[in-house]
Design a protein around this ligand. Sequence first.
Ligand code: GDP
Ligand code: IMO
Ligand code: MG
Length: 429
Amino acid sequence: MPAIIVVGGQWGDEGKGRVVDLLARKSHIVARYSAGNNAGHTVVNELGEFRLHLVPAGIFYGDKECIIGNGVVIDPAVLLQEIGELEERGVSVERLHISDRCHIIMPYHLLIDRLDEELRGKAAIGTTGRGVGPAFADKVGRLGIRMGDLIDPDAFRQRLSFILPYKNAVLQKLYGAEPLSFEDVSSTYAGYGPQLSPFVTDTAALVQDALDRGETVLLEGAQGALLDLDAGTYEYVTSSVPSSLAGGATVGMGIGPVHVSKVVGVYKAYQTRVGNGPMPTELVDKMGDALRERGWEYGATTGRPRRCGWFDAVAARYSARLNGLTSVAFTRLDVLDGFPSLSICTAYRLGESTIRTFPASSVALARCQPVYEELPGWQKDTRQIRAFEELPPQAKAYVERIQELIGCPIDLVSVGPERDQAIIVNPVF
Ligand code: GDP
Ligand code: IMO
Ligand code: MG
């Protein structure tokens, strides 16, 4: 079997970690291909609840190779902490491999992330503050330091000696901040190199060999289409290069696009967003609060309350098209148990027009008023249901209507965070 991509269809936190954990069972390799520790992917299994930021969600299976591909930016301190926590809880990281081409998050990236948000004032993005955006900016600006440099002490010092004066000039002259000491940064990072070096390899070659053997490679996306630099609600987006969209997966893994056979889009049964930027179906009322509390919608990375609202089918159809989805995994249906009625946004009112397309401009999207279709809710607990036919008729109608609006088969319905709380409508692969 070839490569299968799992991507977020909304503004992130759709349950990608949970879906990857389920699909990993039938895979040989699970790999992250973009973003950094701005991602927070939750997996619940017999060992408890885990929030992974960099390590792929396949790590809990003893027989899967787990790869952090070249498209990911790595904060070494965070990765080492995550590895340590996994080991402490009895999870082996022996099969973890990290690309020598991953870019490294440096202390000035963390500082600049915060200072830049302050400078933007009211136009702040609401970033996760993990230095991810500035690290990708340096990657594109050719000022990055990569994993291959980190594990080679001479290369690292040489690279830092070129880059730090530049970054210190930016810190001082643009932000009025204190410069960083070369010795402090280099000695801290010199400690990370030897700890990470056993994991570092040419991961693209490893994945290619697996594909050549006919093995299945699961590519775990981060964030969601609506946060993508090109497709998303620019400028309220994340900065991943390559993109977290399916189109970025093979670039971020270092393999050719010809290997991809399926693209699974993960959507939650309603809408959430963390950080700033337009969200047409946001509910700033008791209903929004009820969704947040029922769904415990607080960020897996920052703990921030997520903004909640009704399912936005205009945005969902748009992201399905951009990702070329072959399957949808629909999560958190159980969170909607007990609501008397549910709304789905099927179009936007923009001025005098009704539109069914997702505007390019965040300013235009902020002006869009949702046009809702109302469906009856169901008064039954769905968490123990394992067959689509056994869902309450209103829940089936809700899922089927969303499937029709997205224009892609919903092959998996999740009714709880645990591995077995899933309804397999059709095998995804
Ligand atoms: P990701 O970033 O896409 O991996 O998603 P997060 O882990 O940030 O957020 C998804 C949250 O939903 C996590 O707390 C999951 O444990 C939880 N979750 C996933 N699927 C379901 C589901 O079907 N029902 C419920 N109630 N929770 C779910
Ligand atoms: P997962 O993979 C939800 C959001 C931030 C902010 C914007 C830019 O768990 O779905 P950044 O720190 O990336 O520069 O912040 O993007 N964001 C996410 N929101 N889930 C994520 O990842 C996110 N990663 C970034 O909240 O609005
Ligand atoms: Mg998340």
